[in-house]
Design a protein. Structure first.
Length: 121
């Protein structure tokens, strides 16, 4: 994104998307020749022609809060994870056995109607 590494500390992270970005390693912005010292700039104008850069991550890693972190391995297969998302009351609000509707968010979703027990916690 930046040609000159010494200017990284004074340039905004999304500088390449600014209409005022000079695309020059010695002149970052036309209105701020030395860059800005904050993460945001009052003069930022989105450039509609700017390419949106992909935030690529290697296999087994994800971006979280602008930090690349390793993914934790799951003990469930992808099919099992999808099954949990489709049926567990924490996501559906409904008992998977008798379809009882839970009216409030709980820590343990034990069904008072049929006796189904949430043993995931």
């Amino acid at each position: 994104m930046y040609e000159n590494p010494r200017l990284r500390s004074v340039a905004m992270p999304k500088a390449y998307r600014c209409l005022l970005y000079a695309h020059n390693s010695y002149l970052i912005f036309a209105v701020h020749p030395k860059g800005v010292t904050t993460k945001t700039c009052m003069d930022f104008r989105p450039d509609p022609k700017a390419e949106i850069q992909e935030q690529w991550s290697p296999e087994g890693y994800s971006w979280y809060n602008n930090e690349l972190i390793p993914n934790r391995p799951s003990s469930y297969t992808q099919a099992e994870q999808l099954e949990i998302l489709d049926t567990h009351p924490v996501f559906t609000g409904v008992c998977p056995q008798c379809k009882y509707r839970f009216t409030e968010r709980l820590v343990h979703y034990d069904c008072p109607n049929c006796g189904w027990v949430d043993d995931s916690v």
